[in-house]
Design a protein around this ligand. Structure first.
Ligand SMILES: [Fe+2]
Length: 195
């Protein structure tokens, strides 16, 4: 884990002028906007707000890379799940689909049914950080205005991630465009949280 490359004061400046800062903000249907803050795309700022949440979105997923998440403001809840057997205590069946993160084109192949077991809920506040290993299944929710700095841990992988959604439901695509007005509104919410 490294020390974040920007201070909270610098984050505030980015949020006061979110478009003038030159960052390329992208919306994500899970309910946050994100922008890389270095040319190597190792560090990313995430700002959470429910206005960006796409109804019916599939929240559970893994990543092809590991990460450290540094919470700078607000509160975030991370819940991990692990793969299990149908008969294991607490096992819940989910659909599992695969996507290409680098070149997203929807689900690849046919979804599979997999048993997963939920682990304890982890709650993080400003100043906390946590580690997430590649292929660790998780779902993350955060209060409006929560700000995190995500540090990616590079790995050699095929760039594929997995998405999970309940039996009897449809896969909910996370693709979401974001308007300039939304970027300003979410940034303003985060400024209120950062104080
Ligand atoms: Fe994630």
């Amino acid at each position: 884990m490294s020390t974040p490359p920007i201070t909270d004061n610098e984050i505030r400046k980015l949020l006061v002028f979110p478009l003038e800062s030159g960052l390329d903000w992208r919306g994500h249907g899970i309910g946050f906007m994100k922008a890389y803050i270095d040319p190597d795309k190792r560090w990313r700022i995430n700002v959470y707000h429910e206005m960006l949440r796409v109804p019916g979105i599939s929240l559970m997923h893994d990543h092809p890379w590991g990460l450290f998440s540094h919470v700078r403001a607000g509160q975030l809840v991370n819940t991990r799940w692990h793969r299990s057997h149908k008969k294991s205590q607490g096992a819940v069946l989910f659909n599992e689909g695969r996507i290409n993160c680098a070149d997203y084109a929807g689900l690849e192949g046919t979804p599979q049914v997999v048993p997963l077991v939920k682990e304890r809920r982890e709650v993080y506040h400003a100043g906390d950080f946590y580690r997430q290993n590649p292929e660790e299944i998780h779902e993350t929710t955060a209060l409006n205005g929560t700000v995190t700095l995500l540090e990616r841990i590079p790995v050699h992988s095929d760039g594929r991630a997995h998405i999970f959604w309940p039996m009897g439901e449809e896969y909910g695509d996370a693709t979401r465009k974001i308007s300039d007005d939304e970027i300003y509104a979410v940034a303003a919410s985060a400024l209120g949280t950062m104080g």
